[in-house]
Design a protein around this ligand. Structure first.
Ligand SMILES: Nc1ncnc2c1ncn2[C@@H]1O[C@H](COP(=O)(O)OP(=O)(O)OP(=O)(O)O)[C@@H](O)[C@H]1O
Ligand SMILES: [Mg+2]
Length: 259
């Protein structure tokens, strides 16, 4: 496997699910085999790729509860090469049960080891609880979507501290974290300037690609499909395609620097 990418921000509604679905679909459209892991009891990624909550027997919660293997719960999607490990509302209860287990932060990493995917993308819930810590622990790359606006960086320091705590010895920060600016609107100059000023210390970690505010992204989520099949010529599709390219180049450059 090349990458295990966790999409994390404990702030709600910043674009984690929109990014997880479209980034995973964008990677699959390049010909890679991709697993999208829905680690949020809200199950928005599951629904967003067209899988209805009542239509499957087992989900990622059963894997974390050690009742099923990942292979037993994975479902195909309408996108060639894109598979989903679905979530169910029960995952909330399973997270609470995990809280009393030893080595609880490593359950997901062990469950995902040795699978035949090129990339695994994990959509996290908006908390820094045990599920998110599992995603962080398992990940080789972290994407932090940040919604452009006055409160964009609320809780950001806590998030970076948690990432450092979990990934502390795993190499330089630059290598494995990127901030993704979402819902960007160039007309909001004052709030954009404010966010950029606050992000100055993290400048080197920001993806060059920003995701512009685009109603089609919202509609695609309601239509339960990735943006590329919903409206391939909209700015949302262009931005997520650019993100996939930037990510691939970033990784290629890092790999060639190491060699
Ligand atoms: N670039 C964008 N332009 C317009 N709407 C967007 C954009 N990105 C996300 N949205 C919309 O914003 C809402 C929140 O997005 P999303 O569900 O991806 O956030 P989230 O971080 O996963 O939320 P949660 O914390 O609840 O899991 C959704 O209605 C989504 O369609
Ligand atoms: Mg979400």
């Amino acid at each position: 496997m090349k990458h295990l990418i966790a999409v994390i921000n404990q702030k709600g509604g910043v674009g984690k699910t929109t990014t997880s679905i479209n980034f995973a679909a964008g990677l699959a459209l390049r010909g890679d085999r991709v697993l999208l892991v829905d680690l949020d009891p809200q199950a928005h990624s599951t629904i967003g790729v067209g899988i209805e909550p009542g239509s499957f027997q087992a989900s990622i919660g059963d894997v974390l509860a050690k009742k099923k293997t990942i292979q037993e719960i994975v479902l195909p999607t309408n996108v060639d090469g894109l598979f989903i490990a679905p979530a169910h509302i029960r995952l909330d209860k399973i997270e609470q049960q995990l809280n009393t287990e030893f080595f609880r932060e490593s359950f997901l990493k062990r469950a995902l080891a040795g699978l035949g995917y090129d990339h695994i993308v994990i959509d996290c819930r908006p908390t820094l609880g045990t599920l998110t810590i599992n995603a962080l622990y398992a990940s080789s790359f972290i994407v932090v979507p940040c919604e452009m606006g006055r409160y964009a960086l609320d809780g950001f320091a806590d998030l970076m501290e948690t990432i450092e705590h979990v990934k502390g010895n795993n190499g330089p920060k630059e290598g494995f974290i990127r901030i993704l600016l979402t819902k960007y609107d160039s007309r909001n100059k004052v709030s954009n300037d404010w966010v950029f000023q606050q992000l100055e210390p993290y400048k080197s970690l920001i993806f060059q690609t920003s995701i512009r505010r685009n109603e089609a992204l919202n509609q695609a989520q309601m239509a339960q499909e990735p943006i590329f099949s919903f409206k391939s010529d909209c700015s949302g599709a262009q931005d997520y395609k650019a993100l996939v390219e930037e990510f691939s180049n970033l990784w290629q450059n890092q790999t060639s620097e190491k060699n």
